[in-house]
Design a protein around this ligand. Structure first.
Ligand code: IPE
Ligand code: IPE
Ligand code: MG
Length: 250
């Protein structure tokens, strides 16, 4: 049974998190915004354990959007870059114990060298693990991902494949940041905003959406369990006529 008392068969395979509300969490306490990000990193650390305990196979967490990277003060971005590198190094033992497979998606080539190298190192070192996939979206934008996929399209080679809808979609997927990444089953956004903010536009097509006012640093297992229980009640139709159980692949 999952942590929420749910059977594993109704636990979503791939859950996305838009971890929003760090700045407001800090402002409410008259603390600098950076303190909200530090607490947010702690909440993320705990959430990975909780997700793992509940049998979720993959989590993709929005750490920084392309818009954040361009529009936030340089000092805040620098802090976030250092925080990320620090946690990746500090959490190595814990990641090994949980057999976490770490990955990152986004325009990683634009990140500072030290952050990029730490990400690359953690990715390589955890590649052979067989536990939960922890994917961080860093300097990530859904539109940037699709634009980058168009940019890297090779000349047409297989006209037969191209001629079907499935073939054309597969061709796009092959050029996304991580072609093997499954679609999202459930997307959880904290912080109270009811929007996607450029997260995983391709993979969200049929995700179940769960928006909550909780600020990310306050997110805990109880909130995850409520989202999972709600997900288990949803009927996923994928455009067809319903029969399947939640989380099923109709
Ligand atoms: C989300 O928290 C984390 C990042 C975007 C890096 P915010 O920093 O957006 O926090 P709020 O929305 O201002 O409270
Ligand atoms: C979305 O939050 C990005 C992350 C959580 C990393 P934002 O705070 O950037 O979203 P908007 O600006 O409110 O849409
Ligand atoms: Mg925000």
């Amino acid at each position: 049974m999952a942590g929420a008392g749910l059977p594993r068969s109704v636990v979503p395979r791939h859950v996305g998190f838009i971890m929003d509300g760090n700045g407001r969490w800090a402002e409410e306490r008259n603390l600098p915004r950076t303190e909200g990000h530090s607490q947010g990193a702690e909440a993320l650390r705990q959430m990975i354990r909780d997700a793992n305990d509940r049998g979720i196979a993959e989590v993709t967490c929005y750490a920084l959007s392309t818009e954040n990277f361009q529009r936030r003060p340089a000092q805040e971005i620098r802090f976030l870059m250092d925080l990320l590198a620090h946690h990746l190094r500090q959490e190595r033992e814990e990641m090994e114990r949980m057999q976490v497979r770490f990955r990152a998606i986004g325009r990683l080539e634009e990140l500072p060298d030290q952050t990029r190298e730490t990400i690359e190192q953690a990715t390589i070192e955890t590649e052979g693990n067989d536990g939960i996939v922890l994917r961080l979206a860093v300097n990530y934008g859904g539109r940037a991902e699709i634009a980058d996929a168009f940019e890297s399209q090779a000349p047409r080679q297989d006209a037969t494949l191209e001629s079907t809808d499935e073939g054309r979609e597969r061709r796009v997927i092959e050029h996304l940041y991580e072609p093997g990444m499954p679609d999202l089953d459930l997307l959880i956004r904290t912080g109270g905003e009811i929007r996607i903010s450029n997260f995983l536009l391709w993979h969200c097509s049929y995700a179940e959406l769960h928006f909550i006012p909780i600020l990310w640093p306050d997110f805990c297992a109880d909130h995850l369990d409520v989202a999972l229980e709600e997900y288990a009640q949803r009927v996923r139709r994928f455009g067809s006529i319903p029969t399947t159980a939640p989380g099923g692949d109709a």
